[in-house]
Write a protein that binds this ligand. Structure first.
Ligand code: GLA
Length: 392
């Protein structure tokens, strides 16, 4: 069996409650869960007023908590970081341990909205691989925000919650991310893709329940840090491109305009701009195809998306390219409809849309050939669209 099965959410919740009991001696009063995401198409255009089409996956970060009557949050994690003691109701600051900055950023968002945070103890665990391009940081932010909703007995508007978490990522993790990951983690619904118009910030739920289709996620196990500058540099390239084109939004840029301004744009902004315009068009085409249940049309769109991310946007890497090449070689007759890198890139995962009846063979081939070529054992997941952040 090459496919790594997801533990059930109820098992994770029970383990989180047991972790809380073991470390703090208390019974959980609130348990929150928030999922990671995979993006089918629409990459690196959420910060360009584009469209993206992610879905929440059945891999979660889970936190169990109980009030502790103090002015602090004490948080123990099974994610491989130091325990954190976080003073509440003071201005939050970026400091050590680093992993807790995601929490501090979310605390600040609640404080800015006038909430007085109660002291609590919490235990965090996860079934979502880190550094796999599946948005574990957004999942942690959305999990903490949902936990605070439970502890405060309040419910934020879902969009406001996602934007609060995105701001935490900007201000406390230093990554100028778009809205895709936090929207996917907050708005996820079983059997629904989330088509987000990133200009209006409105998510639309698109049915995705055909049992003949399976989405495989292949984690290359090669890790990248988005905060190392590659992500911010790409974002800056797109801002420069838009300024040179003299437009306020990428949605105003019509096909052919980038090519006409190629010389002025200069390398690499010319190619970055071509990616943005092409990827917006591809994502619109994918949404139209899905509305007609024309899944086959996704194959060429996913292929063109990957090539553009590799050659024009330059956010792929040899391991991602290899995984996509293996899927391409399996081909349509082997059950592969489409494959591409997914997420921020520079490592992480690929997404492969497959015929369900051939998924075991496809996963086995991806795992075997990738390991033969790199010596690295990949992790292969299969996920249907899952429920977004919620109290368990
Ligand atoms: C990261 C960011 C998202 C998005 C993707 C690329 O996951 O957090 O906002 O830009 O990269 O599509």
């Amino acid at each position: 069996m090459s496919i790594d099965l997801a533990p059930s959410l109820s098992d994770l919740a029970a383990d989180a409650a047991a972790g809380l009991k073991e470390h703090f001696g208390s019974q959980a009063s609130v348990i929150a869960a928030a999922p990671g995401r995979v993006n089918l198409i629409g990459e690196h255009i959420d910060y360009c007023d584009g469209f993206v089409m992610p879905f929440a996956i059945d891999r979660y970060i889970v936190m169990a908590a109980a009030l502790n009557g103090s002015g602090e949050a004490r948080v123990v994690t099974a994610l491989g970081g130091e325990p954190a003691i976080l003073p509440l109701n003071i201005p939050q600051q970026v400091t050590e341990p680093k992993w807790a900055n995601y929490l501090r950023g979310v605390f600040q968002g609640f404080q800015e909205r006038g909430h007085q945070l109660p002291g609590f103890d919490a235990y965090v665990l996860s079934s979502l691989p880190r550094g796999a391009g599946l948005s574990s940081s957004a999942a942690l932010e959305c999990c903490v925000a949902t936990l605070l909703e439970g502890l405060l007995d309040t419910v934020l508007d879902t969009k406001e919650k996602a934007l609060l978490c995105q701001k935490a990522e900007h201000d406390f993790a230093g990554v100028p991310c778009g809205i895709m990951d936090q929207f996917a983690s907050c708005f996820g619904k079983v059997n629904r893709l989330i088509l987000i118009d990133c200009m209006t910030g409105e998510p639309e739920l698109v049915p995705f329940e055909n049992p003949d289709l399976t989405v495989l996620i292949a984690n290359t196990m090669v890790h990248h840090e988005l905060s190392d500058g590659g992500y911010a540099a790409r974002r800056k390239n797109t801002e420069d491109g838009l300024a040179i084109l003299g437009k306020r939004s990428w949605r105003e840029v019509v096909p052919g305009e980038v090519e006409a301004a190629w010389e002025q744009l200069g390398d690499p902004v010319d190619r970055r701009s071509r990616h943005v315009v092409g990827e917006i068009a591809r994502t619109v085409a994918a949404a139209e195809a899905l509305a007609k249940n024309d899944y086959e049309a996704l194959g060429p769109l996913m292929a063109a998306s990957h090539d553009s991310l590799r050659d024009d946007f330059e956010v792929s890497c040899k391991e991602l390219d290899l995984m996509v090449e293996i899927a391409r070689a399996i081909g349509r007759s082997g059950g592969v409809i489409g494959a591409r890198m997914t997420g921020g890139g520079f490592g992480g995962s690929t997404v492969t849309l497959c015929e369900s009846r051939k998924v075991e063979q496809i996963a086995a081939t991806l795992a075997r050939e990738y390991e033969e070529a790199t010596g690295i054992k990949p992790q292969i997941l299969a996920s249907r669209p899952a429920q977004g952040a919620h109290l368990v």
